[in-house]
Write a protein that binds this ligand. Structure first.
Ligand code: FAD
Ligand code: PHB
Length: 389
C-alpha cells in the first residue's frame, strides 16, 4: 500500500513526537513510524531534567498544563565532595532561569495524547523500515506492518530514530563523518518508591565513584551510581545498592538518601557521538539519531527538543514562504549547539567520575577543580548558564 505525506518521521521518541506535534500545529501533515509498542515507548525510564527552553517549547505548543501542575521547578542543585555539599544557585546566577523535573515518559505520554487527539495516530510495531531515494525530491520509506508491505512517498524524511536507528546509517559514508568517544564508565540507575530526602539534585564526586541523587515526583526518587560500562546487575542486590548510595551521597552532617522499594534497575554505558552533517538530501537527523551525550550534563532530551524546534520552523518556512534558507542552515546551527553540549557534558563527566587505576594525584586535582567551581562566582555562573541551557 502506498501512502502520501509531507514529512515522514522515523521514531516516536521525544524528538519524533514533538516534531510531528509542531508540524501538525502549523498545518503540515506527517506520518510517524515506530518499531516498538506504545507501552514500551511510554514506560521507558530515561531522562528527567527539562531545561527552561524545553519547558517553554512544551508550553508554547499547548502541552504545558500537566507539566505546570506536576513538574517540579528547581532553582538550584548541589555538588558534593569531601563530605560536604555546596549549593549552586542556578536561578540567581542566570537571571531567573530554572530546570524542571518531569520524566521523559511523561513528556512522551503528553505528546502521544496530543497526536491521538489530532487524529493522526503513531504507527507502532512497524518492522523492516528502509529509507531511500534520499537525494531526490521524493524520498521514500518502506516498512512492514502486520505482515503487509507499505510505502510512504514524502517531501522530507526526519530521522528521529535514536542511536540505534536506521536513518543515520542510510546516509552515504562518503558524505558523513561520525566523531565518537567512549567513557570507561557506566551508570547503574534505580527508580525507588521513596520520598526524595532533598528538594534538589545532588551530584557527588566520591573516592569510590560518582553518584547522583534525583527524583521524579514527591514520592519517587531516582538515583545513579557510577559503575563499569558492562557492570553485571545480578551482582547488585537492593541492599548493596542502598549501602553504596549512602556511602557515596552521605555528607558529614548526617544526610543520606531515604530508601524504599526499588521499582526499576538498569545499567547504561556512557559515550559521546556526533554525526556531521545532520542532513543528506531530503533526510534530516534530529536527537539521538545525530548525537549522544553522556548523561552527566542532562542534555540529551533537551538537545533533541532544540533540534526539532529548529527543524519544524525550517520546514514551516519551506512550506509557507517557499524559503529553504533555514533548512540549509539547520545542520550547521544544530551542530554548534551539540558541540557546546558535548563540551559541557564531557567536562562534567571528567570532573565528577573516578577513573579506575588513576593516581591519587588525579583525585586531588578533581577536588581542586570542584573547590574552584563552588568557590568562584564566575565559575558557578558559567556552570549555571551551561546547565540550565
Ligand atoms: P529516542 O528516545 O531514542 O527515540 C528514538 C525512537 O526511535 C525509539 O522509540 C526507537 O524505538 C525508535 N526507532 C529506532 N529505530 C527505528 C526504526 N528503524 N524505525 C522506526 N523507529 C525506530 N537527557 C536529558 O536531557 N536529561 C536527562 O536527565 C537524561 N537522563 C538520561 C538517563 C539515562 C539513563 C539515559 C539512557 C538517557 C538520558 N538522557 C537524558 C538522554 C535522553 O533520554 C535521550 O537523549 C532522548 O531519549 C533522545 O530522544 P530521541 O527522540 O532523539 O531518541
Ligand atoms: C535523572 O533524573 O534521570 C537525571 C538527572 C540529572 C542527570 C541525569 C539524569 O544529569
Amino acid at each position: 500500500m502506498t501512502h502520501r505525506t509531507q514529512v515522514a518521521i522515523i521514531g516516536a521518541g521525544p524528538a519524533g513526537l514533538m516534531l510531528g506535534h509542531l508540524l501538525h500545529r502549523a498545518g503540515i501533515d506527517s506520518v510517524i513510524l515506530e518499531t516498538r509498542s506504545e507501552a514500551y515507548v511510554v514506560e521507558r525510564v530515561r531522562a528527567g531534567v527539562l531545561e527552561q527552553g524545553t519547558v517553554d517549547l512544551m508550553r508554547e505548543s499547548g502541552l504545558g498544563e500537566r507539566l505546570d501542575r506536576e513538574g517540579l521547578r528547581h532553582e538550584g542543585l548541589s555538588i558534593a565532595f569531601a563530605g560536604s555539599r555546596h549549593r549552586i544557585d542556578l536561578s540567581g546566577l542566570t537571571g531567573g532561569r530554572a530546570i524542571t523535573i518531569y520524566g521523559q515518559h511523561e513528556v512522551v505520554k503528553d505528546l502521544i495524547a496530543a497526536r491521538t487527539a489530532a487524529g493522526r495516530p503513531v504507527h507502532f510495531n512497524v518492522e523492516r523500515v528502509v529509507v531511500d531515494e534520499l537525494a531526490s525530491e521524493r524520498p521514500r520509506v518502506r516498512y512492514v506492518q502486520d505482515d503487509a508491505s507499505h510505502e510512504i512517498l514524502s517531501d522530507f524524511i526526519a530521522g528521529c530514530d535514536g542511536s540505534h536507528g536506521t536513518c543515520r546509517s542510510s546516509m552515504p559514508a562518503a558524505h558523513t563523518q561520525t566523531f565518537e568517544h567512549e567513557y570507561p564508565f557506566g551508570w547503574l540507575g534505580i527508580l525507588a518508591e521513596a520520598a526524595p530526602a532533598s528538594d534538589e539534585l545532588i551530584y557527588s564526586c566520591h573516592s569510590r565513584g560518582f553518584a547522583l541523587f534525583s527524583m521524579r515526583s514527591p514520592t519517587i526518587t531516582r538515583l545513579y551510581l557510577q559503575c563499569a560500562p558492562d557492570e553485571d546487575l545480578s551482582q547488585w542486590s537492593d541492599d548493596r545498592i542502598w549501602s553504596e548510595l549512602r556511602v557515596r551521597l552521605g555528607t558529614e552532617d548526617g544526610w543520606v538518601p531515604a530508601d524504599g522499594p526499588i521499582l526499576q534497575k538498569s545499567v547504561t554505558g556512557m559515550r559521546s557521538v556526533v554525526t556531521e552533517p545532520m542532513r543528506y538530501g531530503r533526510l534530516f537527523l534530529a536527537g539521538d539519531a545525530a548525537h549522544i551525550v553522556p548523561p552527566t550534563g542532562a542534555k540529551g532530551l533537551n538537545l533533541a527538543m532544540a533540534d526539532v524546534r529548529r527543524l519544524a520552523s525550517a520546514l514551516v518556512s519551506f512550506y509557507v514562504a517557499a524559503d529553504d534558507t533555514a533548512l540549509n542552515e539547520y545542520s550547521g546551527m544544530a551542530l554548534r549547539r551539540t558541540w557546546r553540549a558535548q563540551r559541557f557534558s564531557s567536562w562534567m563527566t571528567s570532573a565528577l567520575h573516578r577513573v579506575e587505576h588513576a593516581s591519587g594525584f588525579e583525585h586531588r586535582r578533581q577536588l581542586a577543580e570542584l573547590e574552584y567551581l563552588v568557590g568562584s562566582r564566575a565559575a558557578m555562573t558559567s556552570f549555571a548558564e551551561n546547565y540550565v541551557g
